[in-house]
Design a protein around this ligand. Structure first.
Ligand code: AMP
Ligand code: GLY
Length: 425
């Protein structure tokens, strides 16, 4: 089987690492990939918004499965583009139609879907620039803090959580008429604040049946104790101690089943992941958001716990759907600590030589923002540089191993959070 994996982050390195272990694999191509994905396949320079170039590569290399890592190509319609072309219509795309990808691409679309299928979520209303007065009225009816969300994709920055009512009203105007997030905030979802602890739940669905992947928790803030600016993620752990069998049964009954039923009833073309970001509010799960992809850095801790051959799962899904697929999951704990460039998520330098990668043992390194140069050096190439990922029989054991192994790795101005799991241990 020839596979094309799209993306260049830690998520894609983890998926490439896993797929490359399958004896069903012939060739793996990663576009554009990073210095880590090269270890498991061939990096190719394709732009993820150049659908024609992707299609031509798929034809030339006899690709049979495309795995789409990030959301943007799905929201932009890559799935439909491949399916609607005579030369590529039989290629299996791990993804979903542009219409279905609105589950992530439009907060209003997702909230309407959740309401229709009785899926627990925060109370909300959606406003356009012609409804600012109504927006103020709705804000008056809520208690602080106020949650304002740009409807469209805003690079993970489109959610504002504001304590002051007047500031919330001003921000609503900034978003709707001040162009704060461009066209992403032409509509704004205002919703009730949910207080609790967050959990990332993942399923793979063919739009009819589903399998549940290991759950994870990510640490989003840059500072220790979950303080400071939001980042793309400073690390993750899996499994999550509070997500025990009884909590996960509530998640499956109240959220996963109605979500998949909704996907089926709406007739969405779906052959991909649903990442359910949820809040545990006093033992009850509420959906904060859907994503149509795996999480990053959750994937780096989720994938190593999947014992089944993931490529084989995709192949079975391609041929017969998921009705008879069972995932074998490792009970061990996996932790991933993200090493970032100092300054991230604001200004940071790139191009710094990373040393000591070969000294790491008993752990896996998943590259995120790295690049390989001709001399063989691996350089930093982004804010989030790589994860050190370790497994053990306890959460503390997995984290201890990560922190031990990190000592081997050096690059200028390296930073990481040394308190992952602080809230759970
Ligand atoms: P999102 O982009 O929807 O994931 O939102 C970003 C982050 O904002 C989430 O991970 C939560 O931490 C927080 N958030 C979003 N919606 C709510 C809500 N209704 N109540 C509390 N926190 C929220
Ligand atoms: N870790 C959160 C995300 O991937 O959106």
């Amino acid at each position: 089987m020839n596979v094309l994996l799209l993306g260049s982050g830690g998520r894609e390195h983890a998926i490439a690492w896993k797929i490359s272990q399958s004896n069903k694999l012939t060739n793996l191509f990663i576009a554009p990939g990073n210095a880590g994905t090269i270890l498991h396949g061939t990096n190719v320079e394709l732009k993820l918004n150049d659908f024609n170039a992707i299609k031509q590569f798929v034809v030339d290399m006899s690709i049979e499965i495309i795995i789409v890592g990030p959301e943007q190509p799905l929201v932009d319609g890559l799935y439909d583009f491949i399916k609607n072309d005579n030369e590529t219509k039989d290629v299996f795309v791990v993804g979903m139609s542009k219409h279905a990808a609105q589950l992530e691409g439009s907060k209003d679309f997702a909230k309407t879907f959740m309401t229709k299928y009785n899926i627990p979520t925060a109370a909300y209303k959606t406003f356009t620039k012609f409804q600012i007065a109504d927006g103020h009225k709705f804000l008056n009816s809520l208690n602080a803090p106020y949650v304002l969300k740009a409807d469209g994709l805003a690079g993970g920055k489109g959610v504002l959580i504001i304590n002051d009512l007047q500031e919330a009203k001003d921000s609503l105007s900034d978003m709707l008429v001040g162009n704060k997030f461009g066209i992403a905030s032409e509509q704004v979802v205002i919703e009730e604040y949910l207080s609790g602890i967050e959990l990332s739940v993942f399923i793979l669905t063919d739009g009819k049946d589903y399998v549940i992947l290991p759950e994870a928790k990510d640490y989003k803030r840059v500072g220790e104790g979950e303080t400071g600016l939001n980042t793309g993620g400073m690390g993750s752990i899996s499994p999550v101690p509070f997500a025990d069998a009884s909590f996960m049964k509530k998640v499956e009954d109240r959220i996963i089943k109605p979500t998949v039923e909704g996907i089926a009833k709406e007739g969405f073309e779906y052959n991909g992941f649903v990442f359910i970001g949820l809040m545990n509010v006093d033992g009850n799960p509420f959906v904060i958001e859907y994503n149509v992809r795996m999480g990053d850095p959750e994937t780096e801790s989720v994938i190593p716990r999947i014992k089944s051959d993931l490529l084989d799962v995709f192949i079975v899904m391609k041929n017969n759907g998921l009705s008879n697929v069972k995932l074998e999951i490792d009970k061990n704990y996996v932790a991933s600590v993200m090493l970032v460039s100092g300054g991230y998520p604001q200004k940071y330098a790139t191009g710094k030589i990373i040393t000591g990668l070969d000294k790491v043992s008993d752990s896996v390194i998943f590259h995120a923002g790295t690049t390989l140069v001709d001399e063989g050096d691996v350089l930093t190439n982004g804010g989030r540089v790589l994860t050190v990922t370790s497994a053990a029989t306890s959460l503390k054991g997995a984290l201890d191993k990560c922190y031990q192994q990190i000592q081997n790795i050096e690059f200028e101005n390296q930073y990481y959070r040394s308190d992952l799991g602080f809230d759970l241990l």
